[in-house]
Design a protein around this ligand. Structure first.
Ligand SMILES: [Cu+2]
Length: 185
Protein backbone atom coordinates (compact mmCIF):
# COMPACT_ATOMS: atom_id res chain seq x y z
CA UNK A 1 0.00 0.00 0.00
CA UNK A 2 2.88 2.37 0.76
CA UNK A 3 3.89 2.19 -2.89
CA UNK A 4 0.56 3.67 -3.94
CA UNK A 5 0.98 6.96 -2.17
CA UNK A 6 3.88 8.47 -4.16
CA UNK A 7 2.10 7.46 -7.37
CA UNK A 8 -1.11 9.06 -6.20
CA UNK A 9 0.68 12.24 -5.32
CA UNK A 10 2.55 12.27 -8.60
CA UNK A 11 -0.75 11.78 -10.38
CA UNK A 12 -2.42 14.53 -8.44
CA UNK A 13 0.32 17.08 -8.97
CA UNK A 14 1.95 16.18 -12.26
CA UNK A 15 1.35 18.72 -14.96
CA UNK A 16 -1.33 20.57 -13.05
CA UNK A 17 -1.68 24.25 -13.84
CA UNK A 18 -0.89 26.54 -10.92
CA UNK A 19 -4.03 25.82 -8.94
CA UNK A 20 -4.58 27.52 -5.67
CA UNK A 21 -2.76 25.47 -3.05
CA UNK A 22 -6.12 24.76 -1.44
CA UNK A 23 -7.47 23.13 -4.59
CA UNK A 24 -4.34 21.05 -5.05
CA UNK A 25 -4.44 19.81 -1.49
CA UNK A 26 -8.13 19.10 -1.87
CA UNK A 27 -7.46 17.04 -4.99
CA UNK A 28 -4.69 15.09 -3.29
CA UNK A 29 -6.89 14.35 -0.29
CA UNK A 30 -9.72 13.20 -2.56
CA UNK A 31 -7.35 10.92 -4.45
CA UNK A 32 -6.10 9.39 -1.22
CA UNK A 33 -9.63 8.86 0.04
CA UNK A 34 -10.53 7.06 -3.16
CA UNK A 35 -7.44 4.88 -2.83
CA UNK A 36 -8.19 3.96 0.75
CA UNK A 37 -11.75 3.18 -0.18
CA UNK A 38 -10.49 0.63 -2.71
CA UNK A 39 -7.86 -1.04 -0.56
CA UNK A 40 -10.05 -3.13 1.77
CA UNK A 41 -11.72 -4.83 -1.18
CA UNK A 42 -8.39 -5.53 -2.85
CA UNK A 43 -6.75 -6.94 0.27
CA UNK A 44 -9.72 -8.61 1.82
CA UNK A 45 -8.88 -12.11 0.80
CA UNK A 46 -6.73 -14.39 2.86
CA UNK A 47 -6.62 -18.10 3.55
CA UNK A 48 -5.61 -20.18 6.54
CA UNK A 49 -4.21 -23.65 6.95
CA UNK A 50 -2.78 -24.87 10.24
CA UNK A 51 -0.54 -22.13 11.60
CA UNK A 52 -0.18 -20.47 8.22
CA UNK A 53 -1.98 -17.49 6.74
CA UNK A 54 -1.80 -16.85 3.02
CA UNK A 55 -2.47 -13.20 2.32
CA UNK A 56 -3.75 -11.71 -0.90
CA UNK A 57 -2.75 -14.16 -3.62
CA UNK A 58 -2.70 -12.22 -6.88
CA UNK A 59 -1.67 -12.66 -10.46
CA UNK A 60 -1.55 -10.48 -13.52
CA UNK A 61 -3.55 -10.41 -16.71
CA UNK A 62 -1.47 -11.65 -19.64
CA UNK A 63 -1.44 -10.68 -23.30
CA UNK A 64 -3.00 -13.10 -25.83
CA UNK A 65 -0.75 -16.08 -26.48
CA UNK A 66 1.28 -15.71 -23.29
CA UNK A 67 2.45 -19.03 -21.88
CA UNK A 68 3.33 -17.93 -18.36
CA UNK A 69 1.84 -15.81 -15.60
CA UNK A 70 3.27 -14.81 -12.24
CA UNK A 71 1.71 -15.57 -8.86
CA UNK A 72 2.28 -13.59 -5.69
CA UNK A 73 1.21 -13.70 -2.03
CA UNK A 74 2.57 -13.49 1.49
CA UNK A 75 2.73 -16.48 3.84
CA UNK A 76 2.73 -15.76 7.56
CA UNK A 77 3.75 -18.56 9.91
CA UNK A 78 2.17 -18.06 13.33
CA UNK A 79 3.51 -21.38 14.59
CA UNK A 80 6.65 -22.28 16.48
CA UNK A 81 8.12 -24.59 13.84
CA UNK A 82 9.22 -23.75 10.32
CA UNK A 83 7.16 -25.00 7.41
CA UNK A 84 7.91 -25.33 3.74
CA UNK A 85 5.94 -24.53 0.61
CA UNK A 86 6.46 -27.62 -1.53
CA UNK A 87 4.19 -27.32 -4.55
CA UNK A 88 1.41 -25.44 -6.28
CA UNK A 89 -1.18 -26.58 -8.75
CA UNK A 90 -3.94 -24.86 -10.68
CA UNK A 91 -6.26 -25.63 -13.54
CA UNK A 92 -5.11 -22.47 -15.27
CA UNK A 93 -1.77 -23.97 -16.27
CA UNK A 94 -0.03 -27.27 -16.81
CA UNK A 95 2.52 -26.56 -14.14
CA UNK A 96 3.32 -24.03 -11.44
CA UNK A 97 6.88 -23.48 -10.33
CA UNK A 98 8.46 -21.63 -7.47
CA UNK A 99 11.11 -19.23 -8.74
CA UNK A 100 13.71 -17.01 -7.19
CA UNK A 101 15.43 -14.05 -8.75
CA UNK A 102 19.15 -13.54 -8.70
CA UNK A 103 21.83 -11.59 -10.47
CA UNK A 104 24.34 -13.56 -12.51
CA UNK A 105 27.08 -11.75 -14.42
CA UNK A 106 25.15 -8.53 -13.98
CA UNK A 107 22.00 -9.96 -15.55
CA UNK A 108 18.77 -10.57 -13.66
CA UNK A 109 17.88 -14.24 -13.90
CA UNK A 110 15.34 -16.55 -12.34
CA UNK A 111 15.68 -20.14 -11.36
CA UNK A 112 13.47 -22.76 -9.73
CA UNK A 113 13.69 -23.00 -5.95
CA UNK A 114 15.00 -26.45 -5.08
CA UNK A 115 13.44 -28.36 -2.18
CA UNK A 116 10.63 -25.91 -1.48
CA UNK A 117 10.50 -22.52 0.15
CA UNK A 118 11.02 -22.33 3.90
CA UNK A 119 8.54 -20.28 5.93
CA UNK A 120 10.36 -19.54 9.20
CA UNK A 121 8.64 -20.09 12.55
CA UNK A 122 6.99 -16.84 13.63
CA UNK A 123 8.06 -15.23 10.37
CA UNK A 124 6.77 -14.56 6.90
CA UNK A 125 7.84 -14.80 3.29
CA UNK A 126 6.56 -12.49 0.58
CA UNK A 127 6.30 -13.71 -3.00
CA UNK A 128 6.33 -10.61 -5.16
CA UNK A 129 7.57 -9.29 -8.47
CA UNK A 130 11.35 -9.14 -8.51
CA UNK A 131 11.74 -11.67 -5.68
CA UNK A 132 10.43 -15.14 -4.92
CA UNK A 133 7.36 -15.75 -7.05
CA UNK A 134 5.22 -18.44 -8.56
CA UNK A 135 5.28 -19.02 -12.25
CA UNK A 136 2.26 -20.63 -13.83
CA UNK A 137 3.79 -22.27 -16.90
CA UNK A 138 1.96 -23.74 -19.87
CA UNK A 139 -1.08 -21.50 -19.46
CA UNK A 140 -4.25 -23.13 -20.74
CA UNK A 141 -5.97 -19.76 -20.99
CA UNK A 142 -5.18 -16.14 -20.22
CA UNK A 143 -6.05 -14.89 -16.74
CA UNK A 144 -8.36 -11.90 -17.12
CA UNK A 145 -8.24 -8.76 -15.03
CA UNK A 146 -10.92 -8.78 -12.33
CA UNK A 147 -11.41 -12.54 -12.15
CA UNK A 148 -10.16 -14.96 -9.53
CA UNK A 149 -8.82 -18.40 -10.31
CA UNK A 150 -8.35 -21.23 -7.81
CA UNK A 151 -5.07 -22.94 -6.99
CA UNK A 152 -3.86 -25.38 -4.36
CA UNK A 153 -0.76 -24.73 -2.28
CA UNK A 154 0.86 -27.67 -0.52
CA UNK A 155 3.00 -27.20 2.58
CA UNK A 156 5.17 -29.85 4.21
CA UNK A 157 3.55 -29.63 7.66
CA UNK A 158 0.33 -27.65 7.27
CA UNK A 159 -0.80 -29.68 4.26
CA UNK A 160 -2.80 -28.42 1.29
CA UNK A 161 -4.98 -25.35 1.06
CA UNK A 162 -7.15 -24.02 -1.74
CA UNK A 163 -6.68 -20.33 -2.46
CA UNK A 164 -7.87 -17.91 -5.11
CA UNK A 165 -5.59 -15.66 -7.10
CA UNK A 166 -7.09 -12.24 -7.82
CA UNK A 167 -6.08 -11.17 -11.31
CA UNK A 168 -4.88 -7.59 -11.54
CA UNK A 169 -4.03 -5.43 -14.53
CA UNK A 170 -1.14 -6.19 -16.86
CA UNK A 171 0.88 -3.23 -15.65
CA UNK A 172 0.51 -4.10 -11.98
CA UNK A 173 3.92 -4.50 -10.36
CA UNK A 174 3.06 -4.88 -6.69
CA UNK A 175 5.65 -3.46 -4.34
CA UNK A 176 8.63 -4.40 -6.48
CA UNK A 177 9.21 -4.28 -10.19
CA UNK A 178 10.51 -6.92 -12.50
CA UNK A 179 9.49 -5.01 -15.58
CA UNK A 180 8.69 -6.99 -18.67
CA UNK A 181 11.05 -9.81 -17.93
CA UNK A 182 10.45 -12.66 -20.31
CA UNK A 183 9.96 -16.00 -18.62
CA UNK A 184 10.07 -18.05 -21.79
CA UNK A 185 12.80 -20.67 -21.79
CU1 LIG B 1 9.72 -16.71 -12.91
Amino acid sequence: MSNLLPKAQAFAFRGTPPFLLQQRVGLAVLTLLLLFACIPAALAHEFKVGDLEIEHPWSRATPPGAKVAGGYFTVVNKGSVPDRLLSISSDISEKAELHEMGVKDGVMTMRPVEGGLEIPAGGKVALKPGAYHLMFTGLKRQPKQGEKFPATLTFEKAGSVKVEFAVEGMGETGSGDMGDMDHAE
